[in-house]
Design a protein around this ligand. Structure first.
Ligand code: NAD
Ligand code: UD1
Length: 365
């Protein structure tokens, strides 16, 4: 009875591994470490005092995935693995479609062959594009504006078709709003490679002195102070939402779509103030023009997740910023550099590289 976590070394995946383990689940992780570091999983073990195995497998490696399903009695999959940078998806659309869409198809093929039909999928509020009204309910029109968003929309459609073809599939489509913050231990958090694209990691790096100043993208929106408004959600609340969604898919077959947000929006300048308060650091900023593709305001209608999952976000903006700050100052460079010690960490920390003998029966089907 094991939950497979794809992309479990990443930002949201590592926090969800903690919550799954704390909830008594056995897990196995696969990740190709294209945007993460195995150190995060070592720290998940430290936080929880529990152990599990990790395999450096790519979603596109069908045989590798098959071997995991042969080795473990997998009952459900929580699927985080994917590329997520909007700008990069515009310049490298084929890479994004291949990795995210084809990767998910391969995962589902392997699940189907092994009769595993419970899936929790990381979708995004980006599928709503610029909403007609806020708060945004799940039934809103989907109108994505970039290749990354379209991969999420396409995967949602593919998973719906899968359930139409075989009603035994049970799938949760979780549309995240803006995950921020970190585990309260300060051991795991968001560790973007290069200059961050998203607001909170950028502010944190200004606070810790790694970046000079925040560039605020536009102060002429029709919002309280002219800056963009988003629904920031603590990554631990988001992770707990996955544990609840897993219960739902196990108990009720179907395709269940949920917004995971707080239902409340904050402007860029409100976030700057909240972070200054949490960190005691001054955040310098300058106002620039709008970022192309940005929407003015976005926040979730959270009623469905509360009514059907019994879940709602508990942590407020001060806790989000305090936890993000604790992670940032304790780990100003993020996790140790991938190039120098990825291999060592993997080997040292009982991360298991295993290649079980090929089971011809399954692999040759
Ligand atoms: P992340 O980059 O930290 O984690 C994704 C993980 O997947 C990484 O560890 C990466 O190495 C791995 N990965 C990518 N492609 C892979 C492949 N082909 N095979 C195996 N592993 C692969 O990102 P995150 O913020 O933790 O996001 C997790 C999921 O949630 C993603 O699917 C993302 O699109 C989605 N999402 C994230 C946000 C956000 O703001 N962080 C918002 C909405 C949706
Ligand atoms: C971005 C992605 C979206 C993704 C989401 C969560 C784009 C166009 N959209 O959305 O697909 O689902 O992240 O990962 O990239 N801001 C600044 N200065 C900065 C960074 C951001 O002022 O350096 C502002 C933005 O204009 C916005 C707010 O801060 O108003 C939040 O930005 P960001 O964290 O990038 O999230 P989204 O724009 O919601």
């Amino acid at each position: 009875m094991t939950v497979l976590v794809t992309g479990g070394a990443g930002y949201i995946g590592s926090h969800t591994c903690v919550e799954l383990l704390n909830d008594g689940h056995e897990i196995v992780v696969i990740d190709n470490f294209s945007n993460s570091h195995p150190e995060s999983l070592k720290r998940v073990k430290e936080i929880t005092g529990k152990t599990f195995h990790t395999y450096p497998i790519d979603l596109l490696d069908k045989e590798g995935l098959e071997r995991i399903f042969l080795e473990y009695e997998i009952t459900s999959v929580v699927h985080f693995a994917g590329l997520k940078a909007v700008g990069e998806s515009v310049s490298e659309p084929l890479w994004y479609y291949r990795n995210n869409v084809i990767g998910t198809i391969i995962l589902c093929e392997v699940m189907k062959r092994n009769n595993v039909k419970n899936l929790v999928f990381s979708s995004s509020a980006t599928v709503y594009g610029e909403p007609d009204a806020v708060p945004i309910p799940e039934g809103s029109l989907l109108k994505t504006t970039n290749p990354y968003g379209r991969t999420k929309h396409m995967i949602e459609e593919i998973l719906r078709d899968l359930h139409v073809a075989d009603p035994d599939w049970s799938i949760a489509l979780l549309r995240y709003f803006n995950p921020i913050g970190a585990h309260e231990s300060g051991k795991i958090g968001e560790a973007p490679q290069g200059t961050p694209n998203n607001l909170l990691p950028y502010i944190s790096q200004v606070a810790v002195g790694q970046l000079d100043e925040l560039k605020v993208f536009g102060n002429d929106y029709e919002t309280q102070d002219g800056t963009g408004v988003r629904d920031y959600i603590h990554v631990v609340d988001l992770s707990i939402g996955h544990v609840k969604a897993l219960v739902k898919v196990k108990n009720e077959k179907g395709v269940h779509t949920y917004n995971l947000g707080t239902g409340r929006g904050y402007s860029v300048l409100e976030m700057v103030k909240a972070f200054e308060k949490a960190s005691g650091q001054q955040i310098s900023y300058t106002i620039l023009g709008r970022r192309p593709g940005d929407i003015p305001v976005c926040f979730a209608d959270t009623r469905k997740a509360f009514e059907e999952l019994g879940w709602r976000a508990e942590r407020g903006i001060n806790e989000m910023c305090a936890d993000a700050w604790r992670w940032q100052w304790r780990n100003p460079e993020g996790y140790p550099s991938i190039e120098t010690d990825k291999q060592t960490s993997l080997e040292k920390e009982s991360t298991k590289f295993f290649v079980p003998p090929k089971q011809e029966k399954v692999l040759n089907e």
